[in-house]
Design a protein around this ligand. Structure first.
Ligand SMILES: NC(=O)c1ccc[n+]([C@@H]2O[C@H](COP(=O)([O-])OP(=O)(O)OC[C@H]3O[C@@H](n4cnc5c(N)ncnc54)[C@H](O)[C@@H]3O)[C@@H](O)[C@H]2O)c1
Length: 386
């Protein structure tokens, strides 16, 4: 079978998650290619040590240029702080490799747009990470919407909620500082995950009123002192989109400080004839709303593993989790790269990532001026403020 050789730049939290998925690639049934992790780059030697246990890895380096110079690498997954995205992503493409990028795909709109243009100019296959929609529940939400069973769509809400930042003793890290994470703060961390399905369904917001919050502004610096934490913790975005020619409110939440929520991703779509909602808080449950003989009914369906996009050896009654949706996302990346995705759900495209930045940019202006900001997209999807 054809083997695709992969390198990782940035071996931290997400680098390890990717390595673990590549390491059990054989669980995918009848997949067109196999994938092998060959090389890892990280500045931290202890991080690199972890990868010594991965039998396929032949190169561990602190110099990403060494990894990019290797002819033994076809695809690079880059999981680095946001201030490094633009330069590293573009260098990967210039080295003739395909790229699986991490969100937010550049520290800001301009960086994202430069990366998108470089991918086109260099003719490389580029997608951006966002794994939650690859769970069976979100896929059922999409098929309910596409079935027309909801009637006229009345409203949409979606969000991604964390709460570990409630702990004031949690030390500062790069994700809590604008210079590394970006002015967009929590929107850069969680926003692409929230927008993946709405954008894929064509629900681009055309205006936004943003409420951004800085709640905990100081954290231990890890050296006995205190560090300034200058990122937006929470974002509540009241947007409007157009669905079937009508204005529809779309409420988007991205929160690092949402008490009680541990990586809760959710989406809810309500229409005149029906509704559908899903939250990872209740991973295997899909809720659908119907009207039957005048009675309004919410129906709970227990989903198993059956609805996954790329079948695996896992039994249909078992519950999927984070590692599973991450692997499904990687499978979508490699299937699409092989031209074998057909009508299956694919990873975030560079244009979708740029579009998400267009919204985040407008949200920053909205917060600053306490205004409703309009966002317009031309046919090419280019952002332009009106
Ligand atoms: N898809 C998801 O669910 C998800 C979850 C968390 C983070 N992320 C994204 O993944 C990316 C990385 O986040 P993370 O949580 O893995 O961060 P992390 O801090 O855990 O890992 C980053 C790694 O990069 C290394 N590094 C820093 N600068 C480097 C350089 N110049 N060269 C080589 N290595 C360098 C660090 O030593 C560290 O090990 C970010 O874009 C983040 O937004 C995605």
């Amino acid at each position: 079978m054809k083997v695709i050789k992969v390198g990782i730049i940035g071996g931290g939290l997400m680098g390890k998650e990717a390595a673990s998925a590549f390491g059990r690639w054989f669980v995918l049934n009848d997949f067109p290619v196999t994938v092998e992790l060959k090389a890892v780059c990280d500045l931290n030697g202890q991080v690199l040590d972890w990868y010594r246990n991965v039998p396929t890895v032949t190169l561990l380096t602190t110099d990403y240029k060494e990894l990019l110079a290797s002819s033994d690498i076809d695809v690079v997954y880059v999981a680095l702080p946001h201030n490094l995205h633009k330069d590293y992503y573009i260098e990967v493409l210039e080295a003739g490799k395909d790229l699986l990028a991490e969100k937010p795909f550049g520290i800001d709109f301009d960086a994202a747009e430069e990366i998108r243009k470089a991918a086109i100019r260099l003719g490389r296959f580029v997608r951006c990470s966002s794994e939650m929609p690859f769970l069976p529940g979100p896929q059922r939400v999409i098929s309910e919407v596409q079935s027309g069973r909801l009637g006229e769509i009345i409203e949409v809400s979606a969000g991604f909620l964390h709460s570990s930042d409630l702990d004031r003793s949690k030390p500062i890290n790069w994700k809590r500082q604008n210079k590394f994470c970006g002015e967009i703060g929590v929107m850069g961390d969680l926003g692409m995950h929230v927008l993946h399905i709405p954008l894929r369904l064509g629900w681009k917001p055309y205006q936004v009123y943003a409420q951004l919050q800085k709640i905990i502004t100081e954290r231990p610096d890890g050296k006995g002192g205190v560090a300034f934490c200058d990122t937006w913790n929470n974002a509540t975005l009241s947007t409007q989109t157009i669905i079937d020619g009508k204005q529809v409110p779309m409420a988007l939440e991205m929160k690092r400080i949402a008490p009680g929520e541990t990586n809760t991703w959710f989406i809810e779509v309500m229409g005149t004839e029906g509704g559908v909602k899903y939250s990872t808080k209740d991973t295997k449950t899909l809720w659908t709303f119907h009207i039957n003989n005048g009675e309004q009914l919410w129906q709970r369906t227990d989903l198993g593993f059956k609805g996954v996009i790329f079948p695996t050896i896992t039994g249909g009654i078992f519950e999927p989790g984070f590692a599973d949706c991450f692997m499904q996302m990687l499978a979508a990346y490699f299937a699409e790269r092989e031209g074998a995705l057909s009508s299956k759900f694919g990873c975030v495209t560079p244009q979708e990532a740029v579009d998400s930045h267009a919204l985040f940019n407008a949200a920053l202006t909205s917060q600053k001026n306490n205004t409703v900001e309009k966002i317009s997209y031309t046919k090419l999807g280019m952002y332009e403020k009106v």
